[in-house]
Design a protein around this ligand. Sequence first.
Ligand code: KG4
Ligand code: ZN
Length: 339
Amino acid sequence: MLLFGVESSCDETSVAVVEMGDAVRRICACKTASQIGIHQLYGGVVPEIASRAHAEAISSLAYQALAEAGVTMEEIDVVAVTAHPGLIGALLVGVNFAKGVAAAYHKPLVAVNHICGHVAANYLAHPDLRPPFLSLTVSGGHTSLMLVHDYTSFEVIARTRDDAAGEAFDKVARVMGIRYPGGAEMDRLASAGNRDAISFPSAAIQGDTLDFSFSGLKTAVINYLHNAEQKGERYSREDVAASFTRAVTDALVRRVDEALDRTGCKTVALAGGVAANSHLRTALCQKAQARGVALYLPPKELCGDNAAMIGAQGYYEFLAGHLSASDLNASAVSTLSRA
Ligand code: KG4
Ligand code: ZN
């Protein structure tokens, strides 16, 4: 089955053609236009500008994706689009574009949850991955631990109470003078630093919860930087990045460990933009090896926002009969609720 995927929830406009079936999970084409250069001027995503940039880019990306895949819209079976969560104006561009395409070519339309889409990036990379499994999704807008009971059945067992992991990376990076989004540069700096140099607070909440809180950790790091600057003291950017990264990864890995204990799951999949972080990948690999559980990591090119993952999840939504009508609307908040 050929799916036409559309993604516009934040600052990447993406259109893809994917082939999905019992024995095939293949990206035929995935064209993504990043708006990062535009938003860097402001130090973060400006929603109004993001919506306008999506509107400018989306049609051309669609033509490019179809041309690269070597198919016409007539040959597409299903149109899949990110409908939630995300920036509402940005989402509406993709949703309305997908609705127009579906109506014009008389194709079924399915709405995809962006977080479930991130999880589905793993299906494209790993033909053998099948639910049930535990997923850790860490991105600029979301941080959640979910039990993926089936392809379209998700149980949220933990989430962040404030900032997302990627947001914390970006905000700390910004104070260190690193351009938005700073996650990848922090990753590089951390590799050259001493992770034991500074003791920052944990991002794991105390008590009988698996939830996270990144805001206290973020503030502690920013205070450390401001204090050093005010006193005219020099600090090692590498050590700050390494110690902060350690606090983030320790909390995430600890929660995965506890979730595995509680659920008895034997498989873990990582997802989202922060899944590209080399230190998190290494720490999770070590934990998975020590516990004897299977770990699935998305390739770095599928960690960030892309439409191929939306097409992949759209396939399973379609199989489950989750069709959308022409009144499909976007929603800024996630439809996934916790158990
Ligand atoms: O999934 P994504 O593309 O967008 C959202 O759905 O939010 O994630 C973007 C986030 C940004 O915060 C970015 O700084 C972070 O992923 N990121 C990283 C790395 N690469 C991207 N964070 C830490 N280490 C990285 N290597
Ligand atoms: Zn995302």
